[in-house]
Design a binder for this molecule. Structure first.
Ligand code: HEC
Ligand code: HEC
Ligand code: HEC
Ligand code: HEC
Ligand code: HEC
Ligand code: HEC
Length: 248
């Protein structure tokens, strides 16, 4: 049984390597073909065995779940847009899931805006840009517009977090959305045993900044964050009247 599995593994590795080799050969033809005429001549010709691999790659649609979801499909890039493997796997991306993220600069500000990683093509010319609100949803699956107010209810009720307060002070999305928080309201609260004051005092979550240096300390001004039910009502009433800072 084990031998049989090993044989299958070896066989599929061989097929896989052969497949990649074939892709490399066709890559230059593909490039030339695309430059000469953009007509959709299928430059990548999948041999019978390749269909399976593409199925597999097509399945791995979600490249990452944190800090953002629903990112990238091999299938659409390779099959639909006829991009050869080497167009991406020649230095832009390693053939290793998560390798780009592990480098620590896999963000809009550090990379995509400067034409790196996805930004090599997604620059508004070769493919739709990584800026422009209408485009966020295509890569992230939700419109990614930061909501103004988030009210945490667990483990205690009505802790307020206001995106606008923070972003208006010049903080970038990546300062919070790479390490500290998911781009999904409610994610931190799914672990109420971890999302506690002690964690903040230890420099996690809000405490990464609210340490008395970058921002007021987490063990002071309790009611600035814990606005309570009354405070919440006041804030909501204010913004309903158009007086709240979010109603500007
Ligand atoms: C448009 C760009 C692009 C094209 C074209 C492309 N890939 Fe990828 N590939 C990626 C990205 C992005 C990753 C993830 C890399 C990362 O997370 O750092 C990846 C990852 C992989 C992985 C690792 C998967 C894993 O589970 O670890 C393999 C294998 C791979 N690609 C093979 C291929 C093959 C074979 C082709 C051609 C049929 C191809 N790729 C075409 C962008 C591309
Ligand atoms: C071409 C695809 C693409 C588009 C379009 C795109 N993003 Fe991203 N975005 C990414 C990738 C890839 C990452 C890195 C994901 C990771 O770290 O695993 C990312 C990361 C992020 C992050 C977390 C880290 C950072 O860079 O700040 C935020 C927040 C974000 N995107 C917001 C947006 C918003 C808002 C828009 C629309 C204006 C947008 N994205 C459009 C691909 C895209
Ligand atoms: C080698 C060039 C290239 C690279 C690198 C590349 N793309 Fe694309 N991508 C394209 C082209 C071309 C299209 C189709 C043209 C268009 O819609 O503007 C496309 C379309 C898409 C689409 C829409 C189709 C779909 O799959 O739903 C998404 C989402 C996308 N890319 C995400 C990404 C992300 C995320 C990355 C980085 C991990 C990336 N792309 C890297 C060339 C590229
Ligand atoms: C000071 C920290 C901070 C900054 C800066 C920040 N965010 Fe957030 N964001 C959060 C927190 C906290 C949450 C809630 C996470 C949770 O509940 O676990 C969140 C949640 C989100 C959500 C999920 C909303 C929902 O309803 O699911 C999106 C989208 C988002 N942020 C986008 C952005 C974008 C885009 C930027 C940059 C313009 C940004 N954020 C900047 C802290 C920040
Ligand atoms: C990336 C750093 C950073 C993170 C993370 C962060 N904050 Fe802040 N926050 C600041 C800064 C800077 C200020 C403004 C300076 C000050 O008031 O000390 C601020 C101000 C505030 C204010 C006062 C806003 C006003 O003007 O009324 C509240 C409330 C607040 N933060 C709550 C939170 C909560 C809750 C979290 C976690 C969910 C959090 N912050 C995470 C940096 C951060
Ligand atoms: C920078 C914002 C911030 C400040 C300042 C802050 N808290 Fe919190 N607090 C939070 C967040 C975020 C949570 C977790 C989310 C929730 O419980 O809704 C939390 C949770 C708590 C909890 C429940 C979890 C636990 O640790 O037992 C208590 C109790 C608490 N805070 C008390 C306080 C007291 C007392 C102060 C003042 C000495 C204070 N907090 C100051 C943001 C803050």
């Amino acid at each position: 049984m084990r031998k049989h599995n090993k044989f299958l593994l070896a066989l599929s590795l061989t097929l896989f390597a052969g497949f990649i080799g074939a892709q490399m050969l066709t890559a230059n033809e593909a490039k030339q073909g695309r430059e000469a005429e953009p007509a959709p001549t299928p430059a990548v010709q999948p041999a019978p065995a390749n269909g399976k691999l593409l199925d597999h790659l097509g399945d791995t649609k979600v490249i990452s779940v944190e800090p953002v979801r629903q990112m990238f499909s091999h299938r659409t890039h390779v099959v639909q847009y006829k991009i050869a493997c080497v167009d991406c796997h020649n230095g832009i991306f390693e053939q290793k899931w998560g390798a780009a993220r592990a480098k620590g600069d896999y963000t809009h500000e550090d990379a995509f805006d400067k034409g790196l990683y996805c930004g090599v093509c997604h620059d508004g010319k070769a493919a739709f840009a990584t800026v422009g609100e209408q485009n966020c949803v295509t890569c992230h699956g939700s419109n990614m517009v930061a909501p103004d107010m988030i009210y945490f209810q667990k483990p205690v009720r009505t802790v307020v977090f206001d995106h606008k307060d923070h972003v208006d002070k010049g903080m970038k999305c990546a300062e919070c959305h790479l390490q500290l928080f998911d781009t999904r309201a409610g994610a931190a609260e799914e672990q109420p045993e971890k999302f506690v004051m002690q964690a903040l005092y230890d420099g996690k979550y809000c405490g990464a900044c609210h340490d008395g240096k970058a921002a007021f300390a987490s063990d002071t001004r309790c009611t600035t964050c814990h606005i309570g039910v009354r405070g919440n009502e006041r804030r909501l009433a204010q913004s309903a009247e158009g007086k709240g800072k979010n109603a500007k």
